[in-house]
Design a protein around this ligand. Sequence first.
Ligand SMILES: *[C@@H]1O[C@H](CO)[C@@H](O)[C@H](O)[C@H]1NC(C)=O
Ligand SMILES: *[C@@H]1O[C@H](CO)[C@@H](O)[C@H](O)[C@H]1NC(C)=O
Ligand SMILES: *[C@@H]1O[C@H](CO)[C@@H](O)[C@H](O)[C@H]1NC(C)=O
Ligand SMILES: *[C@@H]1O[C@H](CO)[C@@H](O)[C@H](O)[C@H]1NC(C)=O
Ligand SMILES: *[C@@H]1O[C@H](CO)[C@@H](O)[C@H](O)[C@H]1NC(C)=O
Ligand SMILES: *[C@@H]1O[C@H](CO)[C@@H](O)[C@H](O)[C@H]1NC(C)=O
Ligand SMILES: *[C@@H]1O[C@H](CO)[C@@H](O)[C@H](O)[C@H]1NC(C)=O
Ligand SMILES: *[C@@H]1O[C@H](CO)[C@@H](O)[C@H](O)[C@H]1NC(C)=O
Ligand SMILES: *[C@@H]1O[C@H](CO)[C@@H](O)[C@H](O)[C@H]1NC(C)=O
Ligand SMILES: *[C@@H]1O[C@H](CO)[C@@H](O)[C@H](O)[C@H]1NC(C)=O
Ligand SMILES: *[C@@H]1O[C@H](CO)[C@@H](O)[C@H](O)[C@H]1NC(C)=O
Ligand SMILES: *[C@@H]1O[C@H](CO)[C@@H](O)[C@H](O)[C@H]1NC(C)=O
Length: 733
Amino acid sequence: MSRYNDEDGETVLDDRLSDYDGDEERPEITSGEAAAICEAEKNRRKIQTILFILTFFTSLVVSTVKWYSRPSMMYSDYSGSWDIFGNGYLDKQNKLRLNRTLNYLVKANISGHNEWMPPDNEMTGTLIDLYDDSYSPQYKAGVWISTIDQRRLNIPDPDAEATLNDYLFLQRYVLAVLFFATGGIDHWVYSLRFLTGSHECYWYDVFAIEGMPLGMGLAFGVRCDREPNIENKGRDWQKERIVTQITILPANNMEGTLPMELKHLHYLKELHIDINPGLTGSIPSEYGYFPHLQKLALSYNSIDGKIPDSFSWLTKLEQLNLEMNLLTCDTNNGDLDFVRGLKKLVVLSLEYNPNMTGTLPDFLSNLPDLRLIAFSNNDMSGKIPNSWSAMDNLQYLFLDDNRLSGSVDVLQNMTNLTNVYIQGNKFTGSIDDTFFFNLKNLSQLDISNNTFRGKVPGHFFKFSELEVLDMSFNQLTGELPGDSMAVNKSKLEHLALNSNNITGPIPNSIKLPNLTHLDLSSNQLTGEIPPAIGDMTNLTYLFLARNSFTVEHLPGWLQNLTKLTELSLKGLNYTGEIPEWIGKLTDLTFLDMGENSFYGPLPSSMGLLTKLWILILNKNDLHGTIPHTMANLEDLEVLLIDDNNFHGNTSAMCNRFDKINYFVADCASDSSASTSDDAEIQCECCTLCCNDENVTCNDEEWMGNHESMWENGYTRWKWEFESGTVSPIEGDR
Ligand SMILES: *[C@@H]1O[C@H](CO)[C@@H](O)[C@H](O)[C@H]1NC(C)=O
Ligand SMILES: *[C@@H]1O[C@H](CO)[C@@H](O)[C@H](O)[C@H]1NC(C)=O
Ligand SMILES: *[C@@H]1O[C@H](CO)[C@@H](O)[C@H](O)[C@H]1NC(C)=O
Ligand SMILES: *[C@@H]1O[C@H](CO)[C@@H](O)[C@H](O)[C@H]1NC(C)=O
Ligand SMILES: *[C@@H]1O[C@H](CO)[C@@H](O)[C@H](O)[C@H]1NC(C)=O
Ligand SMILES: *[C@@H]1O[C@H](CO)[C@@H](O)[C@H](O)[C@H]1NC(C)=O
Ligand SMILES: *[C@@H]1O[C@H](CO)[C@@H](O)[C@H](O)[C@H]1NC(C)=O
Ligand SMILES: *[C@@H]1O[C@H](CO)[C@@H](O)[C@H](O)[C@H]1NC(C)=O
Ligand SMILES: *[C@@H]1O[C@H](CO)[C@@H](O)[C@H](O)[C@H]1NC(C)=O
Ligand SMILES: *[C@@H]1O[C@H](CO)[C@@H](O)[C@H](O)[C@H]1NC(C)=O
Ligand SMILES: *[C@@H]1O[C@H](CO)[C@@H](O)[C@H](O)[C@H]1NC(C)=O
Ligand SMILES: *[C@@H]1O[C@H](CO)[C@@H](O)[C@H](O)[C@H]1NC(C)=O
């Protein structure tokens, strides 16, 4: 998983869950309930743990990658259906029930102002059309609960004193409003048994998860608790009939707005409605009225407006996830002041709200339990407040991609930090042997794309938990820290120091056994490239491009790196022929050997690299015909072979390449063609034809943009090119 490793996730979970689960009893499962639920109930604690992991991960992690794809779940094949609407005839009795229901809802002011009532409230005796958008969700829910719902609950008397049964009627009504208000019938992918005839505490579904044992799964939908704090008003009161959690399956295609009626679920502890881009409108200010709410996750929707000030009343809140929405929030205008009193807050995530502006609020340091702060990809400016240095418990700090500036010294003593992302800002400062020296628990550190100066410090390689270190795109100078980079036991998987001004050699002793990603490109490194790199056989990504190494022929140790998927040796002055063994690197999807002095023919083993999407060989001295085997590279999307001396034609390739969208060769004047010196190739599928005289042809910089690529299990999610116009690969390939 990306920013969180499983271990951390679970630790967080266990602490938090122990509050809920220990002493609960489930009600008897009635004969009508599916056996699968029975099975699932036995594993309730486990399920809830995983549920929490999943929601924790989807609500936080999903939002940190820009290219979302559905969580990898294997859905079980039973999901509730509601083939129950056939009973909607308004006979005399149903008419009466509906009338009484509407009277109750109006008189008790359940749904606020009464605009939700149809203008002509006369009952016609025909089938009520719950698919008709001209009716409000509140009215539909009223029709449903009074005339269609198989439970045929007693309709409360608005003039009598409220009872438990009144509360349960309201609870069911409110959930039906949520269903209708968010496109339940037409849009929800999974109904989660909403509106089935069972008690609403059974409106959930269990989903099998890949890799989990059979019979285990995650429950999504409505969950209930016994509520010990409710005054005991009836003998059934202690049963688990009070809704305390609503967790809609992420990405359920909900469409509409959040209904304020949810406020009547007085005992709600958790509300999770994530990843529904069709969910618009603002957060009802009534959502500040949940006295027991501990977790609120409304992330990755299209919610706009301000966060209601009434949230300051959510004093039990531990987790607030509002990331990836369209919220407007100016911290300098007090829009975040509601957080001041939320003393129990552990997670505060507001990232990816482009209209979130202002400075980082210093009062966050008064929240003693905060472990995660996420303001990434907002529009925040100013400095990290000095007061934050007191946040002893903070572990996760996401501030990347804002306009923050100043020094990061504040973080120096926050020893519990494990994940720090401050890339893409304007932070400054000099990096020396004391930089973050105390942050020995660091597991992922990304300070790339700022203006830090100084040297790569040796101590980071001794941090036993460090997995990701990204210091690329800064102004680092000096040499690499020599023998400090020779570590027998290291968790480091991702090391990016590219695009600095680092000089000197790569240490000969370099040894980082778990390294999968090494990017040293675009520096001023000199000397020979040490063969020790060939011993780091876990490498999948190796970028050494654009340095001043002393090189000659392609080194033989490269053939030991058989796990490589991405390799760039651009602009290194290599010479000699491209060896036949290149065909051993069969996992390559990206290979850039452009701007060298390779000569001779292309080896036919190139045709073995059938996973290639991008092959860059331009600006060399290669010659000869293009081997027939190249036609096997059917996945190629980008192929650059211009500025060489190839001749012949590419028709075998053109016949088979159907994904190619950028193909450049020397084929400019193919009419006078085949004999002329500067039009070596006939190419009917090239997207750009160059000739040797035109030195500006295809001279755009084709370096891959590596930004954020480690964020999803260290795999690349998207290619972008710095000045090319092509983004050939997007999403989850
Ligand atoms: C509904 O109830 C109101 C009074 O509560 C009454 O005036 C009205 O006639 C009733 N309508 C029908 C269709 O029964
Ligand atoms: C009914 O509820 C709405 C919204 O909660 C509130 O604004 C209004 O004042 C209430 N009306 C009455 C009569 O209580
Ligand atoms: C964000 O702010 C800009 C400028 O104030 C405004 O034009 C835009 O509509 C806002 N976007 C949203 C989603 O509120
Ligand atoms: C750091 O975390 C540990 C456990 O996660 C906790 O016991 C400790 O109080 C935290 N704070 C500091 C300052 O170490
Ligand atoms: C960090 O702690 C050390 C010793 O505890 C102290 O000398 C130093 O000033 C602190 N640094 C910051 C930036 O707070
Ligand atoms: C650096 O950060 C700026 C601003 O956040 C962003 O526009 C730019 O694309 C980033 N550059 C790289 C190479 O990541
Ligand atoms: C690297 O050094 C060169 C000159 O040697 C300078 O032009 C360039 O701006 C420097 N780059 C960075 C990122 O400091
Ligand atoms: C290397 O990574 C694996 C899993 O990716 C881990 O189990 C192992 O402990 C790591 N090695 C070291 C020395 O940390
Ligand atoms: C590759 O990683 C594994 C763990 O993921 C580790 O056990 C092994 O030693 C590493 N390979 C090398 C050559 O260091
Ligand atoms: C490749 O690895 C093998 C053993 O792992 C080793 O014997 C051989 O020398 C290596 N080849 C090169 C070219 O480094
Ligand atoms: C490339 O190599 C040639 C000689 O083989 C040398 O003259 C030239 O300076 C080298 N270029 C670079 C950038 O190192
Ligand atoms: C060189 O090639 C580029 C890219 O195709 C083209 O825009 C430009 O006009 C060409 N220049 C000449 C002198 O042919």
